[in-house]
Design a protein around this ligand. Structure first.
Ligand code: NAP
Length: 252
């Protein structure tokens, strides 16, 4: 397959614009799913495990299918795709989804998220396999090493923080408690901080516009959620730790 450069540029720009649009549109509330979702008797709901499994799966399957059907793709591109993007979505699809104790998820949000994962899976996979050109020294480049380090640190923080959140509830419980431990001692959105660091690390390691656009999208999408989660905790819990910030330790 040859590189569809124009399509890659359109999708990448579209992703940044969608992220900015979300930021502006949802600057006052975060109604889509989870704790900020208002009561909506007409909304069709799906169990959280089913929703996360189905919506995240395309971001794993599409790059793998692209890899299996491409015989020429760059080997560094394949290595990066498997070692970063696919690894993240394997965890999200087969571990996070199946263990979550979240409340039911709106069907419409699941469909939109699944559509996003299809486009993003195609964009990242196609770019790394067919468009990116890495020279032979790329694995020794400081951008590659720093980016991968950031990616793995971010992923570890994200997984550990999601683990802490999950264990705040007993099976079947739907209450909110104050998270403690790990980076939650510093920020209310520790899982989001990990995920944002992860995708900026991926952008540095691949030095690519599509990866940067996904990192910016993530910042615009989950950055505000961290802020609203933080406000929620401060309102709900009078004893909420005063020094804890929303997303960036000691700063914001
Ligand atoms: N890259 C992206 O653009 C993007 C976008 C969205 C999500 N994500 C990632 O997907 C994962 C989940 O995102 P999310 O928005 O669902 O995270 P979240 O709102 O922090 O919730 C994560 C899970 O923990 C539960 N939970 C959260 N705080 C809790 C508390 N104080 N007490 C008890 N349970 C609590 C939630 O239950 P409820 O559902 O019942 O609230 C949910 O099951 C995160 O790792 C996030 O980084 C990434």
């Amino acid at each position: 397959m040859h590189c569809y450069g124009d399509l890659v540029s359109y999708l990448s720009c579209g992703m940044i614009l969608t992220g900015l649009g979300h930021l502006v549109h949802h600057r006052k509330t975060q109604p889509s799913y989870g704790r900020h979702m208002g009561p909506s008797p007409l909304a069709r709901m799906v169990p959280a495990r089913v929703a996360w499994f189905l919506q995240e799966m395309p971001a794993l399957l599409i790059p793998i299918l692209l890899m299996l059907t491409s015989h020429k793709g760059s080997s560094m591109g394949k290595y990066l795709l498997l070692g970063t993007f696919c690894m993240h979505y394997f965890q999200r699809t087969f571990v996070y989804s199946l263990l979550t104790r979240g409340k039911p998820f709106p069907l419409a949000v699941m469909v939109a998220a699944g559509f996003f994962c299809c486009l993003n899976g195609f964009l990242q996979g196609h770019y790394l396999l067919h468009c990116a050109q890495f020279d032979d020294e790329w694995s020794a480049d400081y951008r590659y090493k720093t980016g991968l380090l950031l990616f793995y640190i971010g992923m570890a923080v994200n997984i550990h923080s999601d683990y802490i959140l999950r264990n705040l509830r007993k099976p079947g419980e739907v209450v909110y408690k104050i998270p403690t431990g790990g980076l939650f001692e510093y920020v209310s959105g520790a899982n989001y901080l990990g995920e944002i660091v992860e995708w900026f690390g991926y952008a540095v390691a691949t030095w690519s516009f599509p990866a940067l656009s996904f990192a910016l999208f993530s910042l615009c999408f989950i950055g505000p959620r961290a802020y609203y989660h933080h406000s929620f905790y401060r309102e709900k819990f009078k004893d909420y730790p005063k020094l804890r910030k929303a997303l960036i330790p000691f700063i914001f």
